[in-house]
Design a protein around this ligand. Structure first.
Ligand SMILES: Nc1ncnc2c1ncn2[C@@H]1O[C@H](COP(=O)(O)OP(=O)(O)OP(=O)(O)O)[C@@H](O)[C@H]1O
Length: 275
């Protein structure tokens, strides 16, 4: 069966910086796949290359067999970008953002029909943002902003959803709503690829996990991905030498289930040495 996302031998450089090097990955429909890696490990670059926003130096990306440009034209991919990649001062309402998911249904005139308005209302309700629909997008909390972008993908009826750090700076309610929605979307047969630093949430969120450090170090079950030796590979931590106190972000699945481990990966001191 053709995977929803197929990536082969992908390489991306920014000048001297090697962001991705020989990435090969299949992402299946009907599952949530967690993408885990330290800052600078190439997660955003992988999303942008899958979206066709970054042109790879080598390798191939296929979305249900189509190249990224064709997949975008067909409305196959919904994308929730990192907050830094969005201009929140742009004068659009939450409803306008969600309506962007309907552009592919509207032809060149972009005239919204009743079906488009209905799909937008339904998506807003699913992410619990109906009462905020007329607010300027920048006037939402971090979690509400993420939910607005998830609603855009729902309104679009995207078969593949890419979410870049949807839990960063997000309140617990938004996190729980997003996790529930992603699970529902996967059960509906969609492919969900989601990057996160929140290793605690991973067992509830994802069916499988990918550890990335410029290339794929591991792809398999969440429990195995969370084993200290695998996290050590991905985060460059010497976890096996510290039996009493785990470094932040390096927990085994037992620690995660009984809450005895600090799983919040420090953002600032884990820059990847990618040059
Ligand atoms: N536009 C760019 N120009 C130059 N270098 C870049 C650019 N975008 C990313 N990089 C570099 O490429 C590498 C991978 O960055 P990327 O943003 O893909 O990683 P990431 O895993 O998403 O990190 P984070 O978790 O911090 O978002 C890093 O070394 C980064 O500094």
């Amino acid at each position: 069966m053709t995977p929803a996302i197929r990536v082969r031998d992908l390489a991306v450089r920014y000048g001297e910086v090697v962001a991705l090097d020989g990435v090969s990955l299949d992402v299946a429909a009907g599952r949530v796949t967690g993408l885990i890696g330290m800052n600078g490990s190439g997660k955003s670059t992988l999303f942008k290359t899958i979206m066709g926003m970054v042109r790879p130096d080598a390798g191939v990306v296929r979305l249900e067999g189509a190249d990224p440009a064709a997949a975008r034209r067909q409305g196959l991919i919904g994308y929730v970008p990192q907050s830094e990649d969005v201009d929140w001062s742009f004068p659009v309402s939450v409803r306008d953002v969600v309506m962007m998911g309907r552009y592919g249904y509207q032809g060149p005139t972009r005239r919204a029909r009743a079906a488009d308005r209905g799909a937008v209302d339904e998506a807003l309700a699913r992410v619990e943002l109906t009462e905020y629909a007329d607010r300027q997008i920048g006037q939402l909390s971090g979690g509400q902003k993420k939910r607005a972008f998830v609603a855009r993908g729902i309104a679009q009826d995207a078969r593949i959803m890419l979410l870049d750090e949807p839990f960063a700076g997000v309140d617990k309610r938004s996190e729980a709503t997003i996790v529930r929605l992603l699970r529902e979307l996967a059960e509906d047969g969609r492919a969900i690829l989601v990057s996160t630093h929140d290793l605690h949430a991973l067992p509830q969120l994802a069916d499988e996990a990918v550890l990335l450090l410029r290339s794929v170090l591991f792809h398999g079950s969440v429990a195995e991905a969370l084993r200290p030796e695998n996290l050590a590979l991905a985060f460059g931590l010497d976890v096996l030498d510290t039996p009493t106190r785990h470094p932040a972000g390096a927990c085994d699945s037992q620690d995660l289930s009984d809450g005895s481990c600090d799983s919040s990966v420090a953002q600032d001191d884990r820059e990847g040495d990618t040059a």
